[in-house]
Ligand binder design. Structure first.
Ligand SMILES: *Cc1c(COP(=O)(O)O)cnc(C)c1O
Length: 374
């Protein structure tokens, strides 16, 4: 491995993870929770003491993500929410927080509750109004999500960086580190739910934080929080994640191609009112997405069916290939009626959220056509 390797190369080689002991070209799974000391009471390996502190399988997965993100340090967590919680727990009780509104509902709900209990000043701001809010409020933490889920709003990370001194945290789950390296655009911390496209096989729950600046008080507090409060990814999950990430750039490329083709066809369909996808030229965030995303616009889109709730649910009921399930970023395509899940947050009742997988595009298009026309 060399430091100039491209993402596809880093991923295929899992950033050099092999098993020196057996000569295996893939790493072994090491489930031990505790690690030996010799007769002089020295650790056999200085970096392995107890599995809550760290372990080889977690480090192997972190190294891949660190290289893909071009970060200085990366930490894995047992879910995306655990990663977000670790960030927010670094705040003092008199802190001021700006958080983008209309993002992943789990984040909004948890952050509201947390800030209320801790007396933290919380400002929920629409993506379009973030520059104004960041200029007006001296925030300790600014949390953005781009592209956002399920509205697909895009935020200019560098633009926000230029107007806030607060800790800038970017949830780039829908973009993945393959399409957007948030740190390179000025984020202090790049966050992802690795449950989604990073793992991509709908069989591991994980979250990740990366930074270019490990010496900051915030990052040190996050490291201490993971180790001491114990939100640690298990070795098997880390091993599966390392395995899955070997194909991450390949999967993201195909998913983005499929999503772009599907979005284009659906936008032209008479039964479709609108399609939210940053790759479409009419999308309000298209110019920002073109600057900020490289190699595609991701696998997530939202489709507004002409009519209302009944029309959308009737289309959803007709899919044969698209699976009716929540989540996104897996190799299999999914659809979700978001309004059923979060009825009180302004999601249109005719909105179908779509996660596009790696199936053949002809089959994906055919399933939508029969669902719309049938
Ligand atoms: C799923 C998701 C999360 C939460 O991640 P979990 O792994 O489910 O805890 C956070 N942000 C976004 C954008 C997500 O899609």
């Amino acid at each position: 491995m060399s430091s100039s390797d491209k993402p596809a190369t880093i991923a295929a080689h899992a950033a050099g993870a092999i098993d020196l002991q057996s000569g295996g070209v893939v790493p072994s799974l090491q489930p031990s929770t505790t690690f030996l000391r010799d007769a002089d009471y020295d650790l056999l390996r200085d970096d392995n003491t107890y599995a809550r502190d760290n372990s080889d399988n977690v480090r192997q997965a972190e190294r891949v993500l660190q290289a893909l993100e071009a970060a200085a340090e990366t930490l894995l967590f047992p879910s995306g929410m655990a990663a977000i919680a670790a960030v927010f727990r670094t705040l003092s009780n008199d802190a001021q927080v700006i958080i983008q509104s209309g993002i992943y509902w789990g984040t909004t709900a948890w952050v509201r509750d947390f800030c209320k209990r801790r007396g933290i000043g919380l400002h929920e701001v629409d993506a379009d109004d973030l520059p104004q809010a960041c200029a007006a409020i001296k925030a300790d933490l600014v949390f953005i999500e781009t592209p956002s889920n399920p509205w697909l709003k895009t935020v200019d990370i560098a633009g926000i960086r230029a107007i806030t001194d607060g800790l800038l945290v970017v949830d780039g789950t829908a973009a993945t580190p393959v399409l957007t390296q948030a740190i390179g655009h000025g984020a202090d911390i790049a966050m992802h739910s690795a449950t989604k496209a990073i793992n991509g096989h709908s069989d591991v729950l994980a979250g990740v934080l990366s930074t270019s600046n490990p010496d900051t008080a915030a990052w040190q507090a996050i490291c201490a929080d993971r180790k001491m409060a114990g939100a640690v990814l298990g070795p098997f999950e880390a091993w599966l994640l390392t395995r899955a990430m070997r194909t991450l750039p390949l999967r993201v490329e195909r998913m983005s191609e499929n999503a772009m083709a599907l979005a284009t066809v659906l936008y032209a369909h008479p039964r479709i009112e609108d399609v939210y996808y940053p790759g479409l030229p009419h999308h309000p965030g298209h110019a920002v997405a073109q600057r900020q995303m490289t190699g595609g616009f991701g696998s997530l889109l939202s489709v507004l069916v002409a009519g209302g709730r009944e029309e959308a649910l009737s289309v959803i009921g007709k899919f044969n290939l698209f699976l009716r399930a929540t989540s996104l970023g897996g190799v299999e395509s999914l659809v979700e009626h978001r309004h059923t899940i979060e009825p009180d947050t302004g999601i249109p009742e005719n909105l179908i959220r779509v996660s596009v997988g790696i199936e053949h595009i002809d089959d994906l298009l055919a399933d939508w056509m029969q669902a719309l026309d049938g």
